[in-house]
Design a binder for this molecule. Sequence first.
Ligand code: NAD
Length: 354
Amino acid sequence: MGNFKIALIPGDGIGPEIVNGAVIVLNKIAEKYNHEFDYSEVYMGGCAIDKFGTSLPQESINKCLASDSVLLGAVGGPKWDGVSAEIRPETGLLGIRKALGLYSNLRPSILKPQLADASPLKYEKIKDGLNVMVVRELTGGIYFGKKERDGDNWASDEEKYTYEEIERIARVAFNNAMLRNKRVVSVDKANVLESSRLWRKIVTDISKEYPDVTLSHMYVDNAAMQLAINPAQFDVILTSNIFGDILSDLSSAIAGSIGMLPSASLGASKRGMYEPIHGSAPDIAGMDMANPIATIISAAMMLDISFGLHDEAKAINNAVDKVLEEGFRTPDIMSDGMKKVGTKEMAALIAERI
Ligand code: NAD
């Protein structure tokens, strides 16, 4: 039996509906496996602007810091598009990541065989499903390097990585691979970039501490091509901030539906922030149409990575598979001959199958 404090950030738009769906599933896990999940609700985003005049009140940060992990729905919407940059919902999101020290971003692209129709790739390439984990370095590299500009004559952005930055993200990738199929492909551009040569050396050195994990290296141009022609070859992709930005979008697109894809942002501690990759979908908010599966799988990642509850995480993923096999679909993944259900029913069906 475990006791875990979970900070819930429902946010805006469909956020409250999908987080509610995940809580229904987490409650079933608590009951079945004899755990206690102690939830505290946190205001962030547009709803926090309406109530407190800022998207990230200090009290919200404190509640997240006092939790074992954070589960986020989504923030933002047209209502707050005109507010000043300092208090925008997206500023709150960057602020909470910074406050929690989340330097790595894990984005698994999971295409269930039952949803092969949703992928833009040909059926034979994805008929066995797809499960790629992109581990992206989130707070270093070219996005945070020195920026210089001389009018319209020239401009430069510096790609700089330190030993510590590479070492800690490499460990995240190897630790993840240990929970999966024990294969890491480190993606760089070491044939051209000095920072990539350092990246490759340090990743290789750290890999020696993980003898069960098979490490290989791939240039980023080849990695993009391989993702498009044979995505099933990948288990964990470890890469820098800019390459991860591009490759994680590519791998998400291959996996098809935005309502199915979870993510985790992690730092040095066990605490993480888990969220679907999609936004607040204002167009379908409050209509019981949102797919809660991305958020439910995000909650499963939280159990797996932050709480070490591997069997419980598997139970959630198996229940999702079962419901899809039985033909239940929210509108975004609906196809001929399937049974259409709403957000609440989808969550309840998944919980019943745990
Ligand atoms: P979006 O992801 O919210 O929606 C894009 C499309 O996908 C819409 O048609 C929507 O209905 C659909 N969709 C998204 N999630 C779905 C789900 N779970 N089930 C079914 N359909 C779903 O992107 P957007 O419309 O560009 O952005 C809307 C708002 O969300 C904006 O304010 C944006 O800034 C914000 N946003 C927030 C986050 C976050 O909180 N992490 C991320 C992205 C966008």
